[in-house]
Design a protein around this ligand. Sequence first.
Ligand code: ZN
Length: 155
Amino acid sequence: MTETAFRPDFPLPDLTEPLTSPFWLAAARDTLALPYCRTCARFRWYPKATCPGCGTDDLPWMEVPGTGTLFSWTVVRHAFLPAFSGQVPFVAALVTLDAAPGVRLPTRIVDAKPEELTMDAPVEVCFAPLSYPGVPGEVRAPFFRLRAMSDGNPT
Ligand SMILES: [Zn+2]
């Protein structure tokens, strides 16, 4: 049986990965940023070396507002890795960003009970340190929470 090797800071994001490091550098400034293809005039997610639409490698990262809607979610109740044991239950989700149609960003929903979540619920980004017990370091990461609408109702 082959043993899997992990980075010492796994499961924290790999900040040295060239394709994704701009995402985490932006998050460190409490900013959400995504790769954008000028030729296709759309954001591309997940980050790739070339645009899947036109093939260009000119994909500058652009800041986007952190508002969107809840596309899908699940409540994770079992930790398959020991590093996650103190984190369950948590809500893993896909969020559609208002400024980036077609992008569905994987994230966690925070500050909400699972029964409060509904399809297309308005959400907004919030930034917080991501860390795991026994894992050195932390990374500032984007999470999402339900967004109160102007009438005071979240939906
Ligand atoms: Zn393109």
